[in-house]
Design a protein around this ligand. Structure first.
Ligand SMILES: NC(=O)c1ccc[n+]([C@@H]2O[C@H](COP(=O)([O-])OP(=O)(O)OC[C@H]3O[C@@H](n4cnc5c(N)ncnc54)[C@H](OP(=O)(O)O)[C@@H]3O)[C@@H](O)[C@H]2O)c1
Length: 224
């Protein structure tokens, strides 16, 4: 049985990852700040919740690693993220820093902290965004979010190279436009169910040969 850890598990795409992974028989460790009733309902069916982990806190990787003593992770899905509206006219350094901490620094530092829990054949999944594609940026703005996801993409490429000798593959995944609180449940988005079906297909198909690729959940390879 595979053990999969998911961050940002209490709602949105992270919660749906937990649902689909648990439904197919994986052992799921759901990491969050506060467990939602939806997540608690999954715990009643065997999912393990690790709550009280704020990824903007420097202590988070060590705290989580300590709680995982003796646990091997077959897949590590670093999904938690934050999107704040940063327009050029009203930039707030605190907001820019917060997005960098949660979207870029936390996934890298969590990977470092949880590395002893990964083994040859484990997979690392970074949930990025097409908004972190420089080539694809035709609408501007969203400075903190875009810049932090570009940084995450670069971390993902370096991790793919650095982790290859350990036989750990890395996926850098964009879920599509997904109807979650992050985008105010925009009705133009696809459902989390549909997005996660595609994301899991990418993760299942990930190999060391394809490690470090920037994919859309629908299988399209995205430009940097
Ligand atoms: N939805 C989309 O259209 C879309 C598109 C492209 C990429 N993505 C990416 O997909 C991922 C999931 O997004 P989503 O749509 O599911 O967003 P969401 O519904 O807003 O959920 C965000 C998750 O991240 C967690 N989180 C935020 N800050 C945190 C922190 N400091 N410490 C711990 N957890 C924190 C939230 O926990 P709390 O409830 O505690 O805040 C929540 O569980 C993100 O990385 C996002 O950038 C989403």
């Amino acid at each position: 049985m595979n053990t999969v850890l998911v961050t940002g598990a209490n709602r949105g795409i992270g919660l749906e990852y937990c649902r689909q992974l648990q439904a197919r028989g994986d052992r799921v460790i759901a990491v969050c700040r506060t467990a939602s009733p939806d997540l608690q309902a999954l715990a009643a069916a065997g999912l393990r919740i690790e709550a009280g982990i704020d990824l903007s806190h420097a202590a988070a990787p060590g705290d989580l690693a300590g709680r995982l003593a003796g646990t091997t992770l077959h897949t590590l899905i670093l999904n938690a993220g934050v999107l704040e509206n940063n327009r050029l006219e009203s930039l707030e350094p605190q907001s820019l820093r917060r997005q960098f901490e949660v979207n870029a620094l936390a996934p890298l530092l969590l990977t470092q902290g949880l590395l002893p829990h990964l083994q040859a054949g484990s997979k690392l999944v970074l949930m990025t965004s097409r908004m972190g594609s420089i080539d694809d940026n035709t609408s501007g703005g969203s400075f903190g979010y875009r810049m932090s996801k570009v940084a995450l993409n670069m971390a993902g490429r370096s991790l793919a190279i650095d982790l290859k000798p350990r036989s750990i593959a890395v996926a850098i995944l964009h879920p599509g436009l997904v109807r979650t609180r992050m985008i105010n449940f925009n009705p133009q988005g696809i459902t989390p169910e549909e997005a996660v079906r595609g994301l899991l297909a990418r993760i299942d198909g990930l190999t060391l040969e394809t490690s470090g690729t920037f994919w859309h959940a629908n299988g399209e390879v995205l430009p940097w």
